[in-house]
Design a protein around this ligand. Structure first.
Ligand code: NDP
Length: 435
């Protein structure tokens, strides 16, 4: 706290892990010395840099770039890049810290990292996006590499941005390597990577429901966000027999009582991924739906809630509303979308609740599969990648049950994910000595 007191999101993420991991450490002697937890909360390296670029009007613009290289005990640093005006050191450190545990849970050899910029992609032309990505990568390229640090996408960074950054890296380094994941299929990307986080979230929720002999079939599902994770969570939940009735963005949410089926979702993808527009545009084609401005969708009655937008987007009152309305399962697609008070509400009510570091790990897991394919210089089929993704999500679920079961049928997925993620990183750190 002394060193990080002015970093609220980072403190929030560390506190949640510490609360569940410290009792475990107290019961397990080998983790008690060598300042293990203290080392884990201190990034191995933080890089901050100036990003200068020229906009379409010829004005010079200045942004701040970051890369947090949190932990490399079990593999090269790995984690996404976020472009959003709210990006700061606290948010990226929280994300890099969570990422370390999440990557460990996937069972693949990936350390933890995260990066980004306070650049706001909204309203920028394609040319401006490319100029910014090139300027950002010009500095970042000095610090990353296929065996050192492998960034990917996150909020504001999708296939287009990864492509521009990859092109610039290749130009600067004169080498074609798997230095980024989330690449286009024609230059080393993996099938199913765009779908992986949302699909994985739903596979995880399906396993959770399975512990109660239940499934998505016939369930009403509320999803927040309308970006990459939300879109594919919506798709998979629908394929498994659920009815998704909401999507949102920072302006508000849409409610479609008939369900956002495949055809409607295809339109959302045009709005968001082609036109870079707003979710309220949904009403242009589907006027029977409702747009609720300035609000989040948690007031809508549902069985399953999938928060897929951003951190701290679901607070205590909203959690109470979900529980009172009969929600039985919350599986986080975003990173830390529920506030600590909201998590407490879910846990007290003993409904199924999964933290993002477990339920959204399918994205980075599939990035790990992209790295494997790049190293092997071959591509697996969609079916092959999807099967591996399902297997990984099911293993993560089992690991959470192993460490999070209270023996009376309740699973604390927060505790389970934190301890399972901790053990592998801690063992590797102990084996590698005091470094
Ligand atoms: P996108 O940029 O594709 O979509 C983000 C969505 O969240 C948009 O609908 C956006 O609305 C909304 N949003 C962003 N910031 C805010 C905010 N401050 N308030 C309200 N709404 C907001 O990002 P992703 O779908 O990739 O990421 C969503 C979440 O999932 C993030 O927490 C990310 O860290 C996490 N995640 C993503 C992974 C991936 O593979 N992409 C992997 C694991 C986790 P608007 O357009 O109005 O900003």
């Amino acid at each position: 706290a002394k060193r990080n007191g002015n970093e609220p999101e980072f403190m929030q993420a560390v506190k949640e892990v510490a609360e569940t991991v410290i009792p475990f450490i107290e019961e397990n002697r080998k983790y008690q010395n060598k300042m293990l937890l203290e080392r884990m909360v201190e990034p191995e390296r933080v890089i901050m840099f100036r990003v200068v670029w020229v906009d379409d009007a010829g004005n010079t613009q200045v942004n701040r770039g970051y890369r947090i290289q949190m932990n490399s005990a079990i593999g090269p640093y790995k984690g996404g890049i976020r472009f959003h005006p709210t990006v700061n050191l606290s948010i990226l450190k929280f994300l890099a810290f969570e990422q370390t545990f999440k990557n460990s849970l996937t069972t693949l050899p990936m350390g933890g990292g995260k990066g980004g910029s306070d650049f706001d992609p909204k309203g920028k032309s394609d040319n401006e996006i490319m100029k910014f990505c090139q300027a950002f990568m010009t500095e970042l390229s000095k610090h990353i590499g296929a065996d050192t640090d492998v960034p990917a996408g996150d909020i504001g960074v999708g296939g287009r941005e990864v492509g521009y950054m990859f092109g610039q890296y290749k130009r600067l380094r004169n080498e074609f390597t798997g230095v980024l994941t989330g690449k286009g299929i024609s230059f080393g990307g993996s099938l199913i990577r765009p779908e992986a986080t949302g699909y994985g979230d739903v596979y995880f929720a399906q396993s959770m429901l399975g512990t109660k002999g239940d499934s998505f079939s016939g369930k009403t599902v509320v999803v927040s966000g309308s970006g990459n994770v939300a879109q594919y969570a919506c798709e998979k939940a629908t394929q498994l027999g659920g009815k998704v009735v909401t999507l949102s963005d920072s302006s508000g949410y849409i409610y479609d009582a008939d369900g956002i089926d495949a055809e409607k979702l295809a339109y959302v993808m045009v709005i968001k991924n082609v036109n870079y527009g707003r979710i309220s545009d949904y009403l242009t084609k589907y006027p029977n739906a409702k747009f609720v401005a300035g609000k989040r969708p948690w007031e809508v009655k549902c069985d399953v809630a999938l928060p897929c937008a951003t951190q701290n987007e679901l607070n205590e009152d909203e959690a109470k509303m979900l529980v009172a309305n009969g929600c039985i399962c919350v599986a986080e697609g975003a990173n830390m979308p529920s506030t600590p008070e909201a998590v407490e509400v879910f846990q007290k009510a003993k409904i199924l609740f999964a933290p993002g570091k477990a339920s959204n790990a399918g994205g980075v897991a599939t990035s790990g599969l992209e790295m494997s394919q790049n190293s092997l210089r071959l591509s697996w089929t969609s079916e092959e990648v999807d099967e591996r993704l399902k297997g990984i999500m099911s293993n993560i679920h089992q690991a959470c049950v192993k460490y999070g079961s209270d023996g009376n049928g309740y699973v604390d997925y927060v505790k389970g994910a934190n301890i399972a993620g901790f053990v592998k990183v801690a063992d590797a750190m102990l084996a590698q000595g005091i470094v």
